[in-house]
Design a protein around this ligand. Structure first.
Ligand code: ZN
Length: 211
């Protein structure tokens, strides 16, 4: 299945993508994760992207499109993939079509805005290996210590409250129009985020028709 996951920041896209990736045996392509890795490694791409992300802005289309193009040509994408974080704008969606990429379904995960702020403020990420946690939904065994590598867990700069407000505004203005865009192509399915991750997963599988 070639799938796009949409949803506001904090809607649980990444978590559901992980579950679907295992269940369907296809890779998740998270442009955010690719970019954050580049930032940690201090590459040119990372340095360029950081200037935008720290201000709650989107990384420019041409940069992101190059990343996706490169990733989709890799072998593990042959049987499908899950795109998380791309496309984020209608021009990016058009670019995807121009690349000759066929999409089977577009899943939108819907969550109330006040829930989103609560969720994001609990996110933590390992400063060494990049593993993600949540103080309520996915806590590490030892507080602030990564289960995998023992690294220190930190709050991402772009999860800070002021930045989150900006990200939500940007989402409404630039990404939400994609729902209409894919609805008109008959590709959109909707799942409503629940309190428990497992319950959201049930909604997601139902929406996708995957049992
Ligand atoms: Zn770690």
């Amino acid at each position: 299945m070639r799938l796009i996951i949409l949803g506001a920041p904090g809607a649980g896209k990444g978590t559901q993508a992980e579950v679907l990736s295992k269940k369907l045996d296809i890779p998740t392509i998270s442009t955010g994760e690719i970019i954050r890795n580049a930032i940690r490694q201090g590459t040119d791409l990372g340095k360029e992207a950081k200037q935008y992300i720290d201000r709650g802005l989107l990384v420019p289309d041409d940069v992101v499109i190059e990343i996706v193009k490169d990733r989709l040509t890799q072998d593990d994408c042959k049987n499908g993939f899950i795109l998380d974080g791309f496309p984020r704008t209608v021009p990016q969606a058009d670019a995807l079509t121009k690349m000759g990429v066929t999409i089977d379904k577009v899943l939108s995960i819907e969550v109330a805005e006040e829930k989103i702020v609560e969720r994001i403020s609990g996110r933590r990420q390992c400063s060494k290996c990049g593993a993600t946690y949540h103080i309520v939904y996915k806590p590490s065994k030892e507080e602030n210590i990564c289960d995998l590598c023992g690294g220190e867990l930190i709050m991402r700069q772009d999860d800070a409250p002021e930045t989150v407000k900006n990200r939500l505004k940007v989402y409404h203005e630039q990404t939400e129009p994609l729902k209409d865009y894919y609805q008109s192509k008959g590709l959109l399915v909707v799942a409503y985020g629940q309190e428990e991750v497992a319950d959201t997963t049930k909604e997601v599988l139902k929406a996708l028709g995957v049992v």
